[in-house]
Design a protein around this ligand. Sequence first.
Ligand code: AMP
Ligand code: MG
Length: 341
Amino acid sequence: MKTLLLDTKGDEYINICSDIIKKSGIVALPTETVYGLCANALDESAVRKIFKAKGRPQDNPLIVHVSDIKDVEKYAKNVPDSAYLLFEKFWPGPLTVILKKRNIISNLITANHDTVALRIPNNIIIQNIIKKSGVPLAAPSANISGRPSPTEFSHVVEDMNGKIDAIVDGGKCVIGVESTVISLIDEPIILRPGFITIEEFKKYLPTVKLYERVSNEINDKEKILSPGMKYRHYAPKSPLICVIGEYNKAASYINSKLETNTFCIIFDNESQLYKTKNIITYGVKEDPNTLLKNLYSALRKADSYNAEKIYIHCPEMVNKFSALYNRLILASSHNVIHLEN
Ligand code: AMP
Ligand code: MG
């Protein structure tokens, strides 16, 4: 299939993409979190194409993207007041809310759950296309399943060129990590940490909790609340090892492990401590938002250099880093070294 590569200089991309969506096609669009692979959420044949292009397991449900709070009750029922509190505060933005679904949402999207995940993204490009096509968009991240999520146009081209109808170039995603997923079905619970931290939610939902599985290994047999968690995710092609520890300790540990094509993803100000030129930096240790924004690019960059092994120096895993820690343990298959201070 020929994939159209579109820019956003004029308005042409809006007509082209909404026509594709109306004709059951799929397009990759930027959001403020990561690029999404989008199809008409009310059209099963289109949604099937998303699963196929990504190689996504059928039991991992998709988020439905809308452009107006008024649309929520078209797709969800029994919407609690707490949901409206969150919408007012965080939408449009990097927040996905799980609610009871209405029948119009197919079981294909929800992987046979009776709940639906909804979000209004804060990006004018995808909002324009939701509005123009007049339908909600099912949109998982626009990567091949298991790979780091795409935060730049080139990442999407790498994974999806030739497999989908079009890719729109919206530059680098401003947040660069997936939305926080919060379930309001029973007591509020964060199923996937993201840019918005638990402390922020607690101002509005004092009882909100972080699902304990977010940072623990999943046992194959247990019933889990967020199906996406059990799969390998965000992973570079070669083994990733996370190292937590003070600057000098981390550097000497990693230096002792270097082989020919080992790459080190480290903080901005520490490259002088490393005995290799195979260095990629991803931000300063204290700044979770920059580290999150650059993480997937860094992992993909290591892949592009054909790294055989990748060490990443990580901050201490306190609350403000829970989204980063969650992505890192999944990307590394829980390969985390804690060095004593
Ligand atoms: P992605 O599409 O890659 O951004 O992943 C979407 C995430 O939302 C996955 O972790 C899914 O498991 C989760 N999700 C989507 N719909 C539901 C739902 N109805 N119930 C629980 N988790 C959901
Ligand atoms: Mg994804």
